[in-house]
Design a protein around this ligand. Structure first.
Ligand SMILES: *[C@@H]1O[C@H](CO)[C@@H](O)[C@H](O)[C@H]1NC(C)=O
Ligand SMILES: *[C@@H]1O[C@H](CO)[C@@H](O)[C@H](O)[C@H]1NC(C)=O
Ligand SMILES: *[C@@H]1O[C@H](CO)[C@@H](O)[C@H](O)[C@H]1NC(C)=O
Ligand SMILES: *[C@@H]1O[C@H](CO)[C@@H](O)[C@H](O)[C@H]1NC(C)=O
Ligand SMILES: *[C@@H]1O[C@H](CO)[C@@H](O)[C@H](O)[C@H]1NC(C)=O
Ligand SMILES: *[C@@H]1O[C@H](CO)[C@@H](O)[C@H](O)[C@H]1NC(C)=O
Length: 828
């Protein structure tokens, strides 16, 4: 048993080391530091959809989305359909301008979300709806998408996805078939909402309509009786000032259904049958002769229950008798009677798929009898119908010119609707011609006021809206980039302050460095103006580094301006008379003011604390890895974590931060600055710092956030152990939950707390090489599934003896850190 057990733990350890990339399959998000490589996939939170690289069988690579639970790969979206990766490798990642980009082996961008440069930090996320979205990483509104795949459909319509026009953004969403079954590039067939005239959905081969649904009549499309009477899904046509869209919804969300236009131009609805593991075709269009657009020509009526299928209405005859008799009805019918506009009446045709309606005119405000009066008065009106058949009917549609693609249904009570076609008075008395077309009632006796028909203004409106939107967008972008003077394309609005801006009367960073930092620049006058010439009334406080003022930029943005005093021997930087740092103004000041305050402490519940920990971790990761320079903060502590109004943490105070070249990993310094209690042993003692010394400080921070206690000056003065020591002790006693701040014990997740403590202890391990790097920490914090090693002994095991501080490390060496004498003692 013992052997087995130890095998088991060895395996686990190996597992945790080598299988991180595979475990991270359960991740649904791409971040700048976690690109999607060819071996990985994203899986939506509820495991409904999966996104990754795929080869449909043509030896090229595409990024696509498919159903996670369906073995038989069913691709519902393809990102780079017309720009496949032809090599064997590529990455989907977030570029420095905030867009998602797909790069091939040589680093060429083959696909991009292609949105205006983002000033905020973005992530890409696959949602359970199958929508792949690009959104700000931290935003109050999680649906504030910068870009979404639902706006750029491929050949598939999923539930909740909208076809048609977003009238605000001007985006027109439509389906476009694959080229062939194995080539997803743009094919010949599209399926779109045609809004010229009376809206309806059409399948098109290039510019030619091949099938149309018929207009929406309030309940259904007049040409799709198949869609009626379903109890598993619901269809919707939205027509308002925001949008004109078609969408469907599953009433039972456990059933998968999709609508696809395939490469041979068939538009079909498929529903997954779990029992047989197949996609069942609910219906497909065109499904019969009469579905095919215009088979019976102008004024012809198609009816599959008659022979031939094509019919001419009463008062009409085939235009080309010869072709007609050979079953070619495409030339249609012509009137056989002489029309007299004044005395004409109307044929009522029941169960009709309404004529093609791009030339139809719509008036929503009048009823059917008024509609008839208008049509009768206007000699070019060929037919009219009710626009909306719910509740007895409302609105009016009139057709002028030829009536195309009419169809008559006999075998379905849901097929079509009533259509009134202009006919000569003499014809209205005669019996009906071919087929089952009934003679309509004589509507000549309709009386009513004549009201002008409003021409649909959709199109004009849409263009106006696009213009307005473009204009608005432009202003907004300008506003976001306020006073930046550099040529930079991006700013960082991540956990690092948006406005960590450094400027002086004399530039102390040379220009390249400033450019490369990609931070906005302000000139001195702007800041003097913003702070009312650094007046005392604007003064927020005073610290070791100088005074802090509240300032208001001309755009209304509130900032905090720190005016550094002349004492500046800090690690990095700066040898000029006047230095100013600008921070985003943080409503909630700094973390320590909450954490170590008996009263405010309670307000930081567990969820907030976890969010803060995660936020700081991502921020630090950003500094270490993500920004173009490796930045080692060197002074991570609770008072350097600022909180905005939503309690989002921002790392601040880069006063002693050291910027590293990308390949440089550690350095030494003679002047050890930092804050006692957060410093790693190797830094405190040898002045040796690296990203791992920041990791140490972060570990201390985690334990402080969990416990609500400071590492130094532990409230329990009789205890000889500091916070790290206590944590280590109770961890080994299997009592780790005792560390949790008493004020928040009412509600917390045991699992999360224990995980955080373990991560904290891993970060403060004595040997820097044992500590995880921040990428790992972020992963550990975000996934419950990733296994963690047991922490080893922490670095500082401090006891207070006569105000001297002892370390459980190394031998009798001693060093002076900013005046504090530290004796080192081997305590183990
Ligand atoms: C990457 O894409 C570019 C542009 O399409 C192409 O020229 C280059 O050959 C591709 N590289 C590889 C390795 O396929
Ligand atoms: C993709 O990303 C991985 C890990 O970030 C990296 O090792 C690899 O070189 C990248 N590949 C390409 C083609 O950019
Ligand atoms: C049709 O009329 C009903 C009832 O008046 C209304 O609720 C519905 O929104 C209308 N539909 C359309 C598409 O105008
Ligand atoms: C398109 O769908 C129809 C109906 O399901 C099917 O008969 C046809 O083979 C499909 N075309 C292709 C290219 O798969
Ligand atoms: C149609 O509207 C007119 C004018 O508002 C009204 O007089 C008439 O009764 C209405 N007809 C029906 C059938 O509702
Ligand atoms: C008939 O109606 C159409 C569509 O509303 C309109 O364009 C045309 O001017 C009208 N003709 C007459 C004579 O009123």
């Amino acid at each position: 048993m013992k052997t087995l057990h130890s095998h088991g733990s060895t395996f686990m350890f190996v597992f945790s080391l080598f299988f991180y990339p595979f475990l991270s399959q359960a991740i649904d998000t791409i971040t700048p530091t976690q690109p999607l490589t060819i071996k990985q996939t994203l899986v939506s939170n509820g495991e409904v959809f999966e996104l990754g690289f795929f080869d449909p069988g043509n030896n090229n690579l595409y990024i696509g989305i498919w159903y996670k639970q369906i073995q038989q790969k069913t691709y519902v979206w393809v990102a780079n359909r017309d720009n496949p990766i032809t090599s064997s490798s590529g990455n989907l990642t977030i570029a420095s301008n905030g867009n998602m980009v797909l790069v091939n082996q040589t680093g060429t961008v083959v696909w991009s979300t292609n949105q205006p440069t983002q000033v905020v930090k973005t992530v890409g996320q696959l949602l359970d709806t199958g929508n792949f979205v690009l959104r700000p990483e931290n935003d109050e509104n999680p649906e504030n998408y910068i870009w979404q795949s639902f706006d750029y459909p491929t050949d598939t319509l999923l539930p909740e996805m909208k076809l048609g026009w977003d009238r605000k953004s001007g985006i027109h969403r439509f389906l476009r078939s694959w080229k062939t079954n194995i080539v997803p590039s743009t094919g010949d067939y599209s399926f779109k909402l045609d809004i010229t005239g009376f809206p309806e959905l059409v399948t098109m081969n290039d510019e030619t309509i091949t099938w149309r649904t018929g207009p929406w009549n309030g309940l259904r499309f007049s040409g799709t009786p198949q869609m009626v009477g379903l109890n598993i899904m619901k269809f919707e046509l939205q027509d308002n000032s925001d949008e004109i869209t078609y969408s469907f919804e599953m009433l039972d969300s456990s059933i998968y259904s999709r609508f696809v236009v395939n490469s041979s131009g068939i538009s079909q609805r498929l529903v997954w049958a779990e029992t047989t593991k197949t996609w069942n075709t609910f219906w497909y269009f065109p499904g019969d002769f009469c579905d095919q657009f215009g088979e019976c020509g102008p004024f012809g009526v198609c009816d599959t229950s008659t022979a031939p299928f094509c019919n001419c209405m009463t008062g009409f005859r085939p235009k080309n008798k010869q072709a007609w008799d050979l079953r070619d009805g495409k030339d249609g019918c012509v009137r056989s009677s002489v029309m007299d506009c004044g005395s004409d009446g109307f044929l009522l045709l029941k169960n009709m798929k309404l004529p093609e309606s791009s030339n139809a005119f719509v008036d929503q405000t009048i009823n059917l009898s008024e509609c008839g009066a208008i049509c009768k008065k206007n000699c070019s009106c060929a037919a009219y119908a009710s626009m909306n058949i719910t509740e007895g009917g409302s609105g009016c549609v009139i057709w002028v010119g030829d009536l195309m693609d009419m169809r008559h249904y006999v075998d379905s009570e849901y097929g079509g609707q009533d259509l009134y076609v202009r006919a000569a008075a003499s014809d209205l008395d005669q019996s009906v011609g071919a087929g089952s077309l009934k003679k309509g009632s004589n509507n000549g006796n309709h009386v009513g006021k004549i009201v002008g028909i409003t021409i649909s203004t959709c199109v004009v409106l849409t263009f106006l809206l696009i213009l307005v939107y473009l204009k608005r967008k432009k202003t907004r972008n300008l506003k976001k980039s306020f006073n930046r003077t550099g040529p930079q394309e991006r700013t960082e609005d991540f956990v690092v302050n948006k406005g960590v801006v450094v400027q002086s009367r004399r530039d102390y960073y040379n220009e390249t460095t400033m450019d490369e930092l990609e931070l906005p620049l302000f000139d001195f006058r702007t800041l003097a103006m913003a702070t009312n010439n650094f007046s005392d009334t604007n003064k927020l406080g005073q610290g070791g580094f100088g005074c802090v003022y509240k300032g208001t930029l001309t755009e209304g943005e509130v900032v905090a301006v720190k005016r550094l005093s002349r004492i500046c021997e800090q690690g990095c930087c700066i040898e000029v008379e006047e230095k100013l740092l600008i921070y985003e103004f943080m409503e909630n000041k700094s973390l320590d003011m909450f954490l170590f305050d008996k009263e405010k402490n309670v307000k930081l519940n567990w969820k907030m604390r976890l969010d803060i920990i995660r936020g700081i971790a991502r921020g630090l990761l950003y500094l270490h890895q993500d920004s173009r320079f490796k930045i080692i903060h060197r002074d991570m502590k609770a008072s350097n974590i600022l909180l905005d109004k939503d309690m989002n943490p921002k790392i601040s105070d880069f006063g002693i931060a050291r910027i590293f070249g990308r390949d440089q990993t550690e350095a030494e310094t003679k002047i050890v600055v930092g804050t006692y209690g957060y410093m790693s042993p190797e830094y405190a003692m040898d002045g040796h710092f690296s990203t791992k010394s920041d990791v140490f400080s972060f570990g201390v921070l985690i334990l402080e956030i969990v416990s609500g206690k400071r590492n130094r000056g532990s409230s329990n003065t009789t205890s000889q152990l500091n916070l790290l020591g206590q944590a280590w002790k109770i961890w080994n006693e299997d009592n780790a939950l005792e560390l949790l701040d008493e004020s928040i014990r009412a509600k917390f997740s045991e699992n999360e707390v224990l995980r955080c403590i373990q991560i904290g202890l891993l970060c403060v391990q004595e040997q820097s090489e044992d500590r995880p790097d921040m990428a790992n920490v972020v992963l550990l914090l975000s996934s419950e599934n990733v296994r963690m090693p047991q922490p080893k002994h922490p670095g500082f095991f401090i006891r207070k003896i006569n105000k001297e501080i002892e370390y459980s490390s190394k031998d009798d060496d001693s060093k002076t850190i900013n005046g504090i004498t530290i004796s080192i003692l081997d305590g183990r």
